[in-house]
Design a binder for this molecule. Structure first.
Ligand code: VGL
Ligand code: ZN
Length: 216
């Protein structure tokens, strides 16, 4: 199988995880949590590259943030709290976000052609727990991601999407912890905040994640 010169591959079966390319995270769709630089051109670049990867034979997985309206991560569900306030919740740190990716709302939809995907893994469905990672939520409840990847013999992952400093990071780190070789593509990812994104790239590197600017 053809691989990329700049990814971790040593002949393993490669899968791709496209993280949370959803209206609410994009300027393209004027989302409630639009991340800088997530315009139509960015989404089109992600779609084009994802199609190229699919045509190479890599199974493409997507994650989809998929919250009930009463979700614990929404500031409106905490009396007197403002967006982006940080609280402690049963010993966990919780950022309080604007409502986003509410189940069955237009801006919760994945903006890429859904025919690209072998499987879509929804996360954050339990109102009690946030879930940046596509593998598990903050309560430790696992999604079907790891089992689906393992069932398909995947040993290595290419990960990209939104947001670099939250869901891409959490998904990539859980993937490493689950034993996959992981490459994160910076040029196909956008971060919520410049300062956290820089630190997060270092954190991912320290975890053994390979960072590439673009696939080449
Ligand atoms: C995300 C915050 C809350 C993300 C999702 O996709 O990075 N961030 N929910
Ligand atoms: Zn969310």
């Amino acid at each position: 199988m053809a691989t990329f010169a700049n990814t971790a591959s040593a002949g393993e079966k490669i899968g791709v995880i496209v993280v949370d390319i959803q209206g609410d995270f994009t300027t393209y769709k004027k989302g409630s949590m639009a991340v800088a630089g997530s315009d139509q051109a960015f989404v089109e670049k992600v779609e084009k590259t994802t199609l190229m990867l699919k045509e190479k034979g890599y199974p493409i997985f997507a994650t989809q943030d998929w919250h009930p309206a009463e979700h614990v991560s929404f500031y409106i569900n905490h009396a007197g709290k403002k967006p982006f306030e940080v609280i402690q919740l049963e010993g966990r740190t919780q950022v309080l976000w604007p409502p986003h990716c509410v189940q069955n709302t237009p801006n919760a939809e994945i903006l890429l052609d859904n025919n690209l995907f072998f499987a879509i893994v929804q996360k954050g469905k339990d109102r009690r727990y946030d879930s940046y990672s596509g593998f598990q939520d903050d309560g430790g409840f696992k999604t079907e991601m790891d089992q689906t990847l393992k069932n398909n013999g995947i040993q290595e992952l290419i990960v990209y999407g939104i947001a670099t400093d939250y869901c891409v990071k959490a998904t990539a780190i859980d993937a490493v912890d689950a034993g996959y070789k992981v490459t994160v593509v910076e040029g196909l990812s956008k971060g919520v905040a410049l300062d956290t994104t820089a630190g997060v790239l270092e954190e991912m590197k320290a975890k053994g994640i390979i960072l590439v600017k673009e696939l080449q």
